[in-house]
Write a protein that binds this ligand. Sequence first.
Ligand SMILES: Cc1cc2nc3c(=O)[nH]c(=O)nc-3n(C[C@H](O)[C@H](O)[C@H](O)COP(=O)(O)O)c2cc1C
Length: 173
Amino acid sequence: MKSLIVYGSQYGTTKRYAEKFSEMTGVPEVSYEDVKDLKEYELIVHFGGLYAGGVKGLKNTVKALGKNSKLVIVTVGLADVQDKENTDNIKKSIKQQVPADILERTEIFHLRGGIDYKKLSFKHRAMMTLVYNRAKNLPEDKKNAEVRAMIETFNSKVDFVDYNSLNQIMKVM
Ligand SMILES: Cc1cc2nc3c(=O)[nH]c(=O)nc-3n(C[C@H](O)[C@H](O)[C@H](O)COP(=O)(O)O)c2cc1C
């Protein structure tokens, strides 16, 4: 099967996962920014960092995808991926980013990334500060996994990248 790994990464964690998966599978990887047409591929594995629920680069991949190509979406975010409420929310948000006919031939996986506040752009740091200030005063029962991860890691550096978590995706290759 002719396959390609596409990634959308702002700060590198998603890129690291994509590069490792390329190494594990022998399938080449490319940034979504360098992708125009994907029609020649039967399988696309799209790794995308989560930004306010959006999967980085996914819009571009969906647009470039061939009519019958299979899509695998791998999200990389800060929140705990063992938390079902979190992964359900990510899936819900993906439904809004991918047309139903493509979603039918799509498999979705969730991995955990990391963050280094020192490396954030001014805009991203401002966004996170705003969200943090709003979130920290929420009652405990209103803090979901995403909010908790954000509060716990605010202004610090954390790296949850775990290459073993890539093994679950091998079965679709
Ligand atoms: C502005 C901003 C918004 C984010 N939104 C989410 C989110 O909605 N859900 C989540 O789990 N992580 C979120 N994150 C964390 C990133 O998904 C995480 O840092 C990821 O590892 C980034 O991937 P990258 O290093 O490849 O860009 C956000 C981070 C920033 C800076």
